[in-house]
Design a protein around this ligand. Structure first.
Ligand code: ADP
Length: 365
């Protein structure tokens, strides 16, 4: 999704949704991935960021040092699965620096000229956030090297013998890149980031805290057991936790007399969404079932699985596989993806009996 917008830093300017009079719709379709909805629950300060303690502690040091020296932050790269807080950290850093944050993404920067307006708009010390930076086309990547190193752009005018390069100086600023595939980043680009941070999945107490805080922000009462249940089904991801919270809140508004999220309401809401006991959704289960039914459990190539399921392989790799790998339901082998015994058990299937090593020894003699 291409996103282009600027947020102003500094004071908490309360970029909250305007309040909607009771009984009126929002005038648009609800899309939980919409930035407008995301922003409402996004931590605004570094101190509000839950979890990722080591990363946050290191960022605080860098932030304090640069604020004291009144310099721009060094370029930062965040990597990790979607929904873990890469955009959130970039925005909070800009806010803490009291500067603006321009937002764009790798796929939307098709040619160097697409990047130019962001570069000329970047004020001293401001932040340019580039999401999915591994998808920058090579020509844009080449163009960005002198920007990151010397705050300079090289513009080539004319062609062949008449070609001339014009250098343009930029104000020093900070590029914060985010990627779900750090392995796809070229070494020269990766090396130009001064700080590189990997974000990991969140644990249960952290997700429970996010859910409790956010139900307060959404002015919804939730019982502890329900918060823990939602956290447990959130697959280690704050974005998932927020989406499940919004869904259970809608469910409770309609089905519960007081609109509170009780344990029973959360249970029923998650069942209606077909979220199972470990947090898998229909698409995750379909992935496992495809591996078994079509590829005899694997090994199978990612694109073959994607084509069979009619889902882009990138979506599977970014959104489905990280969690299946984490819970040990699949394995990535050099020959492709394979379902594990735990994955088969989860589908209610019995793993094929392993050949008894004693048997083969017996057969040798
Ligand atoms: P990413 O950029 O890694 O895909 P985001 O930064 O957009 O993820 O995070 C998705 C949502 O999850 C945010 O809107 C925010 O509300 C929530 N979130 C992410 N990280 C945290 C965190 N550390 N603490 C609280 N909420 C978080």
């Amino acid at each position: 999704m291409a996103r282009q917008k600027v947020i102003q830093g500094g004071e908490d300017d309360g970029d909250k949704m305007p309040s909607i009079p009771p009984g009126f719709g929002t005038g648009g379709e609800f899309n939980p991935d919409d930035d407008k909805f995301d922003d409402e629950l996004r931590p605004q300060k570094l101190a509000d960021v839950v979890g990722q303690k080591k990363v946050v502690d290191r960022l605080k040091i860098v932030l304090d040092a640069t604020l004291r020296r009144k310099e721009p932050l060094g370029h930062i790269l965040f990597d990790g699965p979607p929904g873990l807080g890469k955009t959130t950290l970039a925005m909070t850093l800009a806010r803490e620096m009291g500067t603006e944050c321009q937002i764009t993404s790798g796929p939307s920067l098709m040619a160097p000229k697409d990047l130019l307006s962001y570069l000329t708009n970047a004020s001293y010390g401001s932040v340019l956030f580039i999401d999915e930076i591994h998808r920058l086309p090579p020509a844009v990547e080449e163009f960005i090297y002198p920007v990151m190193e010397d705050f300079r752009v090289d513009i080539v005018l004319g062609e062949g013998l008449n070609a001339r390069t014009i250098n343009m100086k930029l104000k020093p600023f900070t590029i914060i890149g985010a990627t779900t595939r750090s392995g796809m980043l070229t070494a020269p680009l990766r090396d130009r980031f001064v700080h590189r941070e990997h974000l990991d999945f969140y644990d249960l107490p952290e997700l429970t805290e996010i859910i409790n805080r956010n139900s307060n922000k959404l002015r919804t009462k939730i019982v502890d057991e329900a918060a823990r249940l939602i956290a447990d089904r959130s697959r280690g991801t704050p974005r998932k936790a927020n989406n499940l919270l919004r869904w259970t809140r809608d469910f409770a508004t309609v089905r519960e007399p007081e609109g509170h999220i009780t344990k029973v309401a959360a249970d029923n809401a998650l069942a209606m969404l077909e979220v199972d006991s470990v947090g898998l959704e229909a698409q995750d289960r379909r992935y496992l079932q495809t591996l078994v039914a079509v590829f005899s459990g694997g090994p199978a190539g990612l694109s073959a699985i994607g084509h069979t399921m009619n889902v882009p392989p990138d979506t599977l790799e970014d959104e489905v596989e990280p969690f299946l790998l984490r819970v040990g339901f699949i394995q990535r082998t050099p020959r492709g993806r394979m379902i594990t015994a735990a994955g088969l058990n989860h589908l209610g299937l019995t793993p094929p009996a392993q050949p008894d090593p004693d048997d083969s020894q017996k057969r040798l003699f």
